[in-house]
Design a protein around this ligand. Structure first.
Ligand code: ADP
Ligand code: MG
Length: 698
């Protein structure tokens, strides 16, 4: 028997080459299988009929039965529309089309029974139904119309007459042509044990459920499977790696660490810092390679933890390296470390793209010979010309700008892989961390150093400029500095730059007595650095910027962050930006400036920001509000990560179950030889070739 799920959709009756091309281009549907996995975005209950006199413009969807009495075209040119007067014998309602007039009039006959489905709208005090769906009544019993699927389509598809209904028909045809059930992708013992619907049934019920419960069970099965294979892949990968590599053993705590701790460290470590250092210490002394994600809010003291971890490496005769995503940050780390290590005999160097020629040669030679003990740098340290003598620990700061592929290059710098500590200030909710970094152990610094005053966050409408300017002046008069940030969104980049330029001009006019820096992504890196440096050094009082300043810049004297068009930023990003202030001991402020008209969701976001300074709380709220696809950090990192069904904000329990089951299977069948599990490994291989970007999930 042929398995038609592998066939090109163009061979499916009713599709044909041109529609197949549309499906392919617009929805990435190639095969019949892709079509079966193209799930409706909603179902609507179509078992109830309304009378026309019952309709009002507030109803979401209605279904009526009757006949078209006459057609009429109204208006001219682009405003031209087709109106059908439709009656159920008791009342009349207008059906309206703005496109496809010829097609409609030839397709739907006068005085013939139809079922019309659509969303009523009010127009000139009357009700009409724009662009309704129309079905012939013959052979269509309302009872089996039940829950009807609705599929996403694009403008281009609609223009070619390919709508939700067409897709529904294709899917129906596909199922009716299958000669055998869709091949199962989970072992039967799992289906039984977890009471999961078989794949074939689940796929059918995703499209055509009899009721909400059936849909729910189908959806559950597919969500579970989706999360399960991600977990299985991650866990298997990390076990492989543990087996393959022995970790470097940092057996002792020595001179460097102790000297730093007792003499150089001028403050008490927070409880959280101590706990995390113990966790790291345990890892690097375990004989296995450390892969640890260190999460902590901006300013929670991660950098210090990184430095002390590097000293552990030095104490055991190894080199350490820290990578930052930008030159400015690398320089900042270098400066911080140099100050921290004052009076200690540690050779530390900075390597960035702009360090060239003889200086560069010197550093490279020192790294190669082992004389350089700590190397601070940017991506430049990944280059092949950089060879270490004995690299023991790599710290990656603000990890989301580093791809996994880049991380992997570090491995090639040693026979033995170094320990890896990944630091991020983007708090990642637990469910997401489990999925994205499933093989990393996670440490959390959930405590800020003492003496910090929480940042005060205020919301201001953009028509109250005077108050805003007064606030800014107040800060500068008392010797502080101010950030003003504008959103930069790709699609309308020109507009965004204009906003920023206008804002800059305006500020120059309002504050002629102050110097103002301006930084945006379209500038050359060297120009950007110069402007930034002017602000860092205190030469300018105001920095007008796009989100390029988001990551890690540290200007403790800056006490106010003004975010323009705050409604256009996500929660995580707002929180990151806000974290640029509040780094000194004095009170800092974050002003969220928005337009007056805000959607309910935006209002919620702004309220969360004004009420909470807790990064994790905000990240959880963000995940709930937007879903993980939009979460910053996941997008920036190119972790194009397409969960079709599961929502990490809501499906935490399914994820936990999936992880537990995957763990158990790997424990029971570590070699993957149990014939019952053969289906799992086959499926993993198949998935690696398809939609999930496995390589980016590590
Ligand atoms: P992060 O990297 O997490 O954003 P940093 O390590 O840059 O945070 O720390 C922010 C500031 O707090 C730095 O100036 C650092 O020296 C200081 N700091 C770190 N730990 C402590 C502590 N335990 N007590 C007081 N200040 C601290
Ligand atoms: Mg930092």
């Amino acid at each position: 028997m042929a398995d038609i799920t592998e066939y090109d959709v163009k061979y499916l009756p009713g599709v044909g080459p041109s529609r197949a091309k549309l499906l392919h281009d617009e929805l990435h549907i190639h095969t019949v299988r892709d079509l079966l996995y193209c799930f409706p975005y909603k179902h609507i209950d179509r078992s109830r009929l309304y009378y026309i006199h019952e309709l009002n413009a507030d109803m979401p969807y209605v279904q009526i039965k009757g006949q078209i009495l006459s057609y009429e075209t109204e208006g001219e040119g682009r405003k031209r529309r087709l109106v059908a007067h439709f009656s159920d014998g008791r009342g009349v309602v207008d059906l309206v089309w703005f496109q496809g007039i010829k097609y409609i009039t030839s397709r739907y006959k006068l005085h013939k029974d139809y079922i019309v489905f659509g969303r009523p709208a009010g127009y000139n005090g009357r009700i009409n139904i724009p662009h309704p769906d129309i079905d012939e009544v013959d052979g269509l019993s309302l009872a089996n119309m039940g829950l009807r699927p609705y599929y996403s389509t694009t403008e281009k598809m609609k223009r070619s007459g390919l709508n939700s209904r067409s897709i529904e028909n294709f899917v129906q045809t596909a199922f009716s042509r299958l000669e055998q059930p869709v091949e199962e992708t989970l072992p039967s013992y799992l289906l039984q044990e977890l009471h999961l619907m078989p794949l074939d049934e689940a796929l059918r019920k995703m499209h055509f459920p009899q009721n909400a419960d059936e849909f729910g069970r189908a959806n559950y099965r597919l969500k579970f499977e989706e999360l399960f294979y991600i977990q299985l892949n991650i866990l298997r990968y990390s076990r492989d790696r543990l087996q393959k590599y022995r970790g470097l053993n940092f057996a002792k705590v020595g001179e460097y660490f102790m000297q730093f701790f007792t003499q150089n460290l001028r403050f008490e470590l927070t409880g959280a810092q101590k706990r995390v250092l113990r966790e790291i210490r345990k890892d690097v002394g375990s004989g296995r390679q450390m892969n640890r994600l260190l999460q902590g809010d901006v300013g929670s003291g991660k950098t210090l933890v990184a430095l002390m971890s590097m000293l552990m490496a030095l104490d055991n005769g190894y080199q350490a390296c820290i990578m930052a995503p930008t030159e400015i940050l690398a320089e900042q780390h270098f400066k911080t470390f140099t100050e921290f290590l004052q009076g200690m005999d540690v050779h530390i160097e900075l390597l960035t793209g702009s360090i060239k020629g003889k200086r560069r040669e010197q550093i490279l030679t020192g790294v190669k010979s082992g004389e350089v003990q700590i190397l601070v740098g940017t991506h430049a340290v990944l280059e092949d010309t950089v060879g270490f003598s004995s690299l023991g620990l790599v710290v990656i700061d603000e990890q989301h700008r580093f791809g996994v592929a880049q991380r992997a290059r570090l491995w090639t710098k040693n026979d033995q892989p170094p320990h890896v500590l990944v630091m991020t200030a983007t708090p990642i909710p637990r469910t997401l961390a489990m999925t994205l970094y499933g093989d990393l152990d996670v440490s959390v610094i959930d405590e800020l150093p003492p003496g910090r005053k929480p940042i005060q966050t205020l919301h201001q409408y953009d028509n109250h400029r005077e108050t805003l300017y007064r606030g800014i002046r107040q800060q500068i008069v008392s010797g502080r500095q101010v950030y003003v940030v504008y959103p930069l969104i790709q699609e309308s980049e020109k507009m965004d730059i204009k906003n920023l330029e206008d804002g800059y001009a305006q500020l120059c006019k309002v504050f002629p007595e102050y110097s103002i820096s301006k930084v945006h992504g379209k500038m050359k890196p060297s120009e950007k650095d110069v402007e930034m440096q002017r602000f860092v050094s205190g030469e300018t009082q105001i920095l007008v910027a796009t989100t390029v300043i988001e990551v890690g810049v540290n200007v403790p004297n800056a006490s106010m962050m003004v975010i323009e068009n705050a409604e256009r930023f996500g929660l995580a990003q707002l929180h990151q930006l806000r974290g640029r202030v509040g780094r000194g001991a004095e009170q800092s402020y974050c002003i969220l400036v928005t337009k007056y008209q805000l959607s309910a969701e935006t209002k919620k976001r702004i309220t969360i920001m004004t009420e909470s300074t807790d990064g994790f709380e905000i990240a959880e709220a963000d995940l709930k509000l937007r879903g993980p696809g939009d979460l910053e950090g996941t997008q920036q990192s190119g972790m194009a990560f397409d969960l079709r069904l599961a929502n990490l904000g809501r499906d935490g329990q399914i994820l936990q179950l999936a992880r537990d089951v995957a763990t158990r299977i790997l424990d029971e069948d570590p070699q993957g030889v149990n014939p019952q599990n053969a289906i799992l490994w086959k499926q993993l291989v198949a998935l690696r070739k398809t939609h999930v970007n496995w390589s980016s999930i590590s």
